[in-house]
Design a protein around this ligand. Structure first.
Ligand code: CS2
Ligand code: MN
Length: 359
């Protein structure tokens, strides 16, 4: 089976991009989807999954990849109430299996998902992109959360991992995480996965963890999946073919020391899902996201694609964040998830891939 190209879609009435738009991008087989109105910890019910299935399959796509089923904070913190949330997670896996879902992408970042200081930073050519200014993300989580929340309120858009219900309780969350050291977080991740693995095997669904974005501790919160050593520890800790990676090139390469193509070669048999995102580094540690073209960033997109191709990668792949182009602006586009740059990214990736296939 060749690799399968996916496109992340936020769902009807939740994404300005339609399935009909996506069908016009050549080469896409998989819709990367989720029930975006679910809070972490809730069970995804079969009827709810079925209604998305009907939409997705009507356009000839498969729904093999879910991104994300988010993990409740109590599981990450290791509270006794985690039992209930792990049971719910397992029930969600069981409910997804009959619909043909093969991969669940998730992350294990405390409190925040991806973190940026500017969601629409000018690139210089008229487009905008997500930007991380290191000195703005130091010791004031509240002002950063307030920035993202102001955006979500103004434009009636909420982001997975930035649920307003959770952000309203930031003090409580920080308090709850205060004794969660890196080692405890590793232990809680292991506990969670060990309980899931038998069900994953039975349901033939791979759990594919997304690396931490950015790949370093922020606001004093520990982060685990940040480099080769972290990935190695993770895969050995629960050494099971259903314990896999979503290898996100841009998240990892926000730290220029992470050589993503090498990671692909080293861990290819455990990569279930590839995110391709290009990043431009600045000397002071800031970074900006870039078009998928190799020369536009520093992540080494062609070398990464070559590594996947050499390894005979047969998993799912998708363009990750792109720039906002051609009139895409706050209110009309989800930050990082416009139509045009991701479509261009797909054509670039398929061009490179098909060239490697043929010649
Ligand atoms: C995604 C992540 O938009 C993005 O950066 O790659 O937010 C990803 O969906 C989550 O971390 C997975 O749980
Ligand atoms: Mn990603």
């Amino acid at each position: 089976m060749p690799m399968q190209m996916g496109f992340r879609w936020y769902g009807e009435n939740n994404d300005n991009i339609t399935l009909s738009d996506i069908r016009q991008i050549p080469g896409v087989s998989t819709i990367v989807w989720a029930l975006h109105d679910k809070l972490p910890g809730e069970v995804w019910e079969p009827e709810e999954i079925k209604s998305v299935q009907e939409q997705i399959e009507r356009y000839g796509f498969n729904m093999d990849v879910v991104e994300s089923v988010n993990v409740h904070d109590d599981i990450k913190i290791g509270l006794p109430s985690r039992q209930k949330y792990i049971d719910n997670y397992i029930q969600t896996i069981r409910n997804l299996a009959p619909f043909g879902v093969k991969v669940i992408c998730y992350n294990f970042m405390p409190i925040f998902d991806w973190t940026r200081s500017d969601l629409f930073h000018p690139v210089g050519d008229g487009s905008t992109a997500l930007f991380y200014q290191k000195d703005m993300i130091q010791d004031d989580p509240k002002s950063m959360a307030a920035y993202v929340m102001a955006f979500t309120e103004k434009y009636h858009m909420s982001f997975p991992g930035w649920e307003p219900e959770r952000m309203a309780k930031l003090d409580e969350l920080f308090e709850a995480y205060k004794d969660v050291t890196k080692e405890k977080l590793w232990e809680n991740l292991r506990y969670f996965l060990e309980r899931l693995m038998p069900v994953c095997r039975e349901c033939d669904i791979k759990m594919a963890i997304h690396p931490d974005d950015p790949p370093w501790d922020i606001f004093g919160l520990p982060r685990l999946l940040v480099d080769d050593a972290g990935i190695d520890r993770f895969l050995h800790m629960v050494d099971d073919p259903y314990n896999c990676l979503t290898l996100c090139s841009g998240s990892l390469n926000a730290n220029p020391a992470n050589h993503v193509a090498e990671l692909v070669r080293k861990y290819s048999d455990r990569i279930a899902f590839a995110h391709i995102r290009n990043v431009k580094h600045f000397e002071n540690g800031d970074f900006r996201e870039a078009s998928h073209r190799d020369a536009d960033g520093d992540t080494g997109i062609l070398e990464i694609l070559k590594a996947y191709h050499d390894c005979g990668f047969e998993g799912y792949i998708r363009p990750d964040h792109g720039r906002h182009l051609w009139g895409e602006k706050p209110g009309t586009v989800r930050p990082g998830y416009g139509l045009y740059d991701r479509a261009l990214g797909i054509m670039y990736m398929l061009g490179a891939w098909e060239m490697m296939d043929k010649f």
